[in-house]
Design a protein around this ligand. Structure first.
Ligand SMILES: Cc1ncc(COP(=O)(O)O)c(C=O)c1O
Length: 397
């Protein structure tokens, strides 16, 4: 019997035992008088993860895509103008959703491999003197290219233009793994999903909403029903839901929040950075390049790695799966066949990641990419082993 599949895609991520055990419970009464005692604590602690005291967090059954839709349909009306940049598959798909929902999109075509083009946003906002743009959308961590963007800089651009548009952030592959500050950055809608940094199965769309966005929802005319903020807010106020909640996932979420708080959010971010840096050292040692074109955009949750011309990354990912029971991420859309991805988010440590690097290295070598076996592992080991002098001293007694 083979060992468990080594899961290194950028979500779904590995589920910690504590979370799995927390979900191994009988079904429960979602209208029980003591149910709110449980759920109100979830809402309270989720706000800490989003770093908001002002906003409200909603839990919808769904995935990140459902969260996108909830954010848009609750706060905008057909024909409303939206400013958004496309610089990877997920930012592209959110724009496509806007169009399908009848919004008028002012799309900025960014480069795949670069962060959100803040200067272009700033120009469009400055030009929009009569404030026709109602919403500004940005993908914080573009999972297709392994690029993290500067949301705070986008907030500064909005402020510099004196523009009142609301700020919508896709935080599906960043929130709970990479620093995200809803209140400080003036984010009005932030979307996350359960299966990434929260280390849960897929099934919850987690949407944080500012007071300004809640006020906008009152006048927004897009059709919505299942994802309606007002229905949810009315029931959530007393700790209940407008329809049967996914109670098992909520039990898992409790364990997830306990783990995140137990480790400490800042330590969680630091761990992701530390682990990601080991992967980046391995990539450099292989002589390969990241899709992210500048270190300031390096993502701490996913590395997208470009293969040399003539090699097929789909073949690589397939071979890694079939031969080594290792799941790596494929290249998506524009970079399909050219890029493969190592997801490094959620429940991970150095030893797990060294396994993934070793597996990727063997698969690369097997398909003929000219790399030296062991080079990536050694580079990551050197980073992991030497990165913490105090730990080294402690280990030496
Ligand atoms: C940045 C980003 N946004 C949105 C999505 C879509 O989320 P889901 O697949 O959970 O619907 C993903 C999925 O990987 C993502 O990485």
């Amino acid at each position: 019997m083979p060992a468990r599949n080594a899961l290194f895609i950028p979500g779904p991520t590995n589920i910690p035992e504590a979370i799995r055990r927390a979900m191994d419970v009988p079904q429960e009464d979602q209208r029980a008088p003591d149910f709110p005692k449980f759920t109100l604590g979830l809402f309270r602690d989720l706000k800490k993860v989003f770093k908001t005291t002002e906003g409200q967090v909603f839990l919808f059954p769904g995935s990140g895509t459902g969260g996108w839709e909830a954010a848009l349909t609750n706060t905008l009306s057909p024909g409303d103008r939206v400013l958004a940049a496309s610089f990877g598959q997920f930012s592209h798909l959110w724009i496509e959703m806007c169009r399908r929902l009848g919004l008028e999109v002012e799309a900025i075509e960014g480069e795949w491999g670069e962060g959100a083009p803040i200067e272009s946003y700033a120009e469009r906002l400055a030009d929009d003197k009569d404030h026709r743009i109602k919403a500004v959308l940005v993908c914080h961590n573009e999972t297709a290219t392994g690029v993290t963007s500067d949301v705070a800089a986008l907030r500064r651009a909005l402020d510099a233009a004196g523009h009142p548009a609301m700020l919508y952030v896709d935080g599906v592959s960043s929130i709970a793994s990479i620093d995200f500050r809803m209140d400080e950055w003036g984010v009005d809608l932030a979307v996350a999903g359960s299966q990434k940094g929260f280390m849960l199965p897929t099934g919850l769309a987690i949407v944080a909403v500012s007071r300004k966005a809640l006020a906008a929802a009152a006048g927004a005319k897009s059709y919505r029903c299942y994802f309606d903020f007002a229905d949810m807010a009315r029931a959530n106020k007393d700790g209940f839901f407008p329809y049967t909640p996914a109670t098992t996932l909520l039990r898992g979420l409790r364990a997830s929040l306990d783990m995140l708080q137990g480790e400490g959010l800042e330590q969680v971010f630091q761990r992701h950075h530390h682990l990601a840096e080991g992967v980046r050292r391995a990539v450099a040692a292989w002589g390969l390049k990241l899709c992210a074109r500048h270190p300031r955009w390096h993502s701490d949750t996913v590395s997208a790695i470009v293969l040399p011309p003539g090699f097929d990354s789909n073949l690589l990912v397939r071979h890694a799966y079939e031969r080594y029971n290792l799941s790596l991420g494929v290249g998506l859309a524009k970079v399909a066949g050219r890029v493969f991805r190592i997801g490094h988010l959620g429940m991970l440590d150095e030893i797990m990641l060294l396994g993934a690097i070793a597996g990727a290295e063997m698969a690369l070598s097997d398909i003929g990419v000219p790399i030296e076996l062991g080079s990536g592992v050694a580079a990551a080991q050197a980073h992991y082993a030497l990165a913490r002098p105090e730990a080294r001293r402690a280990a030496a007694g």
